[in-house]
Design a protein around this ligand. Structure first.
Ligand code: 1BN
Ligand code: ZN
Length: 363
């Protein structure tokens, strides 16, 4: 992150164009969410099914996004000598003219695997809903990215070297969960392997970045989202500025009356006034850790306290609060659109029923 660029908020007009996922977040037949609401233990058929769901979604709807698999294997304390496969999926969109080593990428991540125990665990907040939110973000900014880059090509700004090249990538990570008991070796199977492998990958000489890790401008990790009335603190002083940007987007969307949860509780991102002295060294262990240990800037979007259904059989689709899932998806989309400088480029929405209206009529 160079930090030198001016910060320009999205206009109200752009905020009003942030789309909701609507029926695609239906837990029974929604195109994005429903296929993920099955057990997804690494190495099982459920895991393969959701991998196919993610890949097909991008292949069929978002052909400009490059798809990268990152595969590894490991033994776990629950499965003896057997090598369990872990597969991270990375969906990436860079400016079409840019060399891979020259792009600073906003990186949005969530894990898709589920607990080995208890059997049949669904993990709706952990983390099916966050994965669906990220799919919605990708499709919601896709057309505006095309427009932005087409305009840059037409004006001769493309590849001028005057500005940092900006891309976006979505990482759906495998093997986050512990199989027996959380420890340094029994957890984060996918993200540990990925961070290690990216650290060892070199971009070509004279690139802006030395490897895919240093090209991450910000790593935004979504976890345990989709339960009602979440409160997400700002965990890291180094990225408090990014937290504040996201909180301001939440605030403005609420004032524009487009969030489905407006009026039903408190703000999701309430911690904007935190002082530098108030940041504690404690944080929640999660997929950001192997990246943070290697110097990547982290914005961890996970509620404290955890939702009561956490790691119980009650973490199901039926216990998701869909207005909350909708709102997180809109907040993440607007944050991404602002980061990618898409003001004025988002397509108009045909006759939006406000999310709030939809929430009311569904009651
Ligand atoms: C988050 C969701 N985590 C697992 N599922 C990470 C975690 C690790 C949470 C240790 C609590 C303790
Ligand atoms: Zn979990």
């Amino acid at each position: 992150m160079t930090g030198a660029r001016a910060y320009s908020p999205l206009s109200d007009e752009s905020l009003l164009r942030i789309p909701t996922a609507g029926a695609d977040f239906d837990i029974h037949n929604g195109k994005l969410l429903a296929p993920i609401l099955i057990p997804r233990v690494p190495g099982t058929p459920g895991s393969v099914k959701v991998q196919q769901h993610f890949v097909r979604f991008f292949q069929e709807n978002l052909p400009e996004w490059q798809i990268e698999w990152h595969n590894s294997t490991a033994t776990t304390p629950a499965t003896g000598d057997q090598q369990i496969p872990f597969a991270n999926l990375i969906f990436r969109r860079d400016p079409p003219w840019a060399a891979p080593g020259d792009v600073a990428r906003l990186t949005l991540a969530a894990h898709y695997d589920t607990l080995f125990n208890p059997k049949g665990f669904i993990g709706a907040i952990d983390s099916a809903a966050p994965c669906a939110m990220l799919m919605h973000v990708a499709r919601s900014v896709d057309q505006a990215l095309t427009q932005k880059w087409e305009a840059m090509k037409a004006s001769g700004d493309a590849g001028s070297g005057l500005e940092e090249e900006r891309g976006v990538q979505i990482m759906l990570l495998d093997g986050e969960e512990a199989w027996v008991k959380w420890s340094a070796t029994d957890s984060l199977y996918g993200s540990r392997a990925l961070a290690e492998s990216w650290e060892a990958t070199r971009y070509e000489a004279l690139s802006a970045f030395s490897n895919p890790l240093s090209s991450i401008s910000l790593f935004v990790l979504l976890d345990l989202l989709g339960a009602p009335n979440p409160t997400v603190p700002s965990y890291f002083q180094t990225t408090h500025w990014a937290y504040q940007r996201m909180a301001s987007i939440e605030d403005r969307l609420r004032r524009l009356n487009v969030l489905a949860t407006e009026g039903s509780g408190s703000k999701f991102l309430h911690d904007t006034k935190k002082k530098p002295t108030q940041f504690s060294p404690g944080y929640v262990e999660d997929d950001h850790m192997p990246f943070m240990a290697r110097g990547v800037d982290i914005l961890h979007i996970i509620p404290t306290p955890f939702p009561p259904v956490w790691h119980t059989m009650a973490d199901t689709g039926g216990n998701l609060d869909i207005p909350t899932v909708d709102d997180w998806a809109m907040i993440m989309t607007a944050f991404t659109a602002e980061w990618m400088e898409l003001d004025g480029l988002l397509p108009q929405i045909q006759a939006r029923r406000s999310a709030r209206e939809s929430a009311k009529t569904e009651l």
